[in-house]
Design a protein around this ligand. Structure first.
Ligand SMILES: Cc1ncc(C[n+]2csc(CCOP(=O)(O)OP(=O)(O)O)c2C)c(N)n1
Ligand code: SF4
Ligand SMILES: [Mg+2]
Length: 303
């Protein structure tokens, strides 16, 4: 991120691109990054958004919460529609940034075919997946990114049986121009990664973890704290992949120097969606995280 000045609360633009008040729940992690993301993207943007909590947050004209042009599309077609809008802008000689912004259900599951095609063609768009780890808008059904043993309304007793999909790694297999992961608890990191993405040609994929109080079973004022715990425990990592090279960033990069990270149990125990977890499951998850970070320390310590 060397060519771009790091944004802080002093130099972050005061210009707002969303109206005060929207229909997201109190404490919605998505709404934090939506507001801050707009500040990085600026006015020359068109959003392509499939059905999700984001369509509800943005609302319908004439009472929409956003000031930006939005094209609501069908679930499966987000990346394909974004491709078409970008082509139309190019034909008209416009540099307008086209931003596909979809949920985890719309990305990991229903929209993955169109995303894979756009990645293969290296379309000049930004694709943001906000990951609240379930189909929240329709009442918390399990998605491809719901964690193993996570309770949802379609996995109500012992939780989801399958492992979660690692979408940034699926995207990385396509070798796009830029990949980044971000968290609602580190909004300025998201802001600056978007500034960087805007300067890169080709497909830029940004995966953001956005805690969801009703879906995760947390108190509304704990959103930012929970997101931080996910990163500080080493469960969710902040990184960038450029030209095939992965680098930890921000808080995750700082953690490389630590011998041990925050226990993942702190994160698990605060969420009722993890009520099917027992002590052994937490120990197994902790061991998996420890192995991953052992590998990271070897991989990144030379840099
Ligand atoms: C083809 C199709 N299937 C199902 C739906 C119903 N639907 C609307 S929003 C939604 C959930 C989307 O989940 P996700 O993409 O994770 O976004 P979130 O709701 O979590 O913000 C569903 C299933 C739909 N609109 N279209
Ligand atoms: S259900 Fe979750 S993701 Fe949807 S608006 Fe509410 S807090 Fe945000
Ligand atoms: Mg979701």
């Amino acid at each position: 991120m060397s060519s771009i000045a790091k944004t802080n609360v002093i130099n972050l633009t005061e210009e707002e691109f969303v109206h005060p008040g929207n229909r997201a729940c109190t404490g919605c992690g998505l709404s934090i990054l939506y507001r801050i993301g707009m500040k990085a993207l600026g006015r020359d943007c068109i959003f392509v958004v499939p059905p999700s909590c984001l369509t509800v947050l943005q609302g319908l004209y004439p009472i929409s919460a956003t000031q930006m042009p939005v094209l609501n599309c069908t679930f499966a077609s987000t990346a394909a529609i974004a491709t078409g809008v970008r082509a139309a802008m190019k034909r008209r000689g416009k540099k307008t940034q086209v931003v596909a912004w979809a949920g985890d259900g719309g990305t990991a599951d229903i929209g993955i075919q169109a995303l894979s095609g756009a990645l293969e063609r290296n379309e000049d768009i930004i694709y943001i997946c906000y990951d609240n780890e379930a189909y929240m808008n329709t009442g918390v059904q399990r998605s491809g990114t719901t964690p193993r043993r996570g309770l949802t309304t379609t996995t109500p007793y012992s939780g989801k049986k399958e492992n979660s999909k690692n979408v940034p790694e699926i995207v990385a297999a396509h070798n796009p121009a830029y990949i980044a992961t971000c968290s609602a608890s580190y909004p300025l990191d998201f802001h600056d990664k978007l500034l960087k993405a805007k300067e890169i040609r080709g497909l830029k994929y940004i995966h953001i973890q956005t805690p969801c109080p009703p879906g995760w079973g947390i108190e509304e004022h704990k959103t930012v704290a929970i997101g931080r715990m996910a990163v500080e425990s080493g469960l969710f990592d902040l990184y960038e992949i450029e030209n095939g090279k992965k680098q930890l960033t921000g808080q995750s990069s700082k953690q490389l120097k630590k011998k041990s990270l925050r226990p993942v149990g702190d994160y698990i125990n605060l969420q009722t969606r993890y009520n099917a977890y027992d002590e052994e499951h937490v120990i197994a998850l902790q061991a998996m995280i420890d192995r991953k970070w052992e590998k990271y320390r070897k991989e990144f310590s030379q840099e």
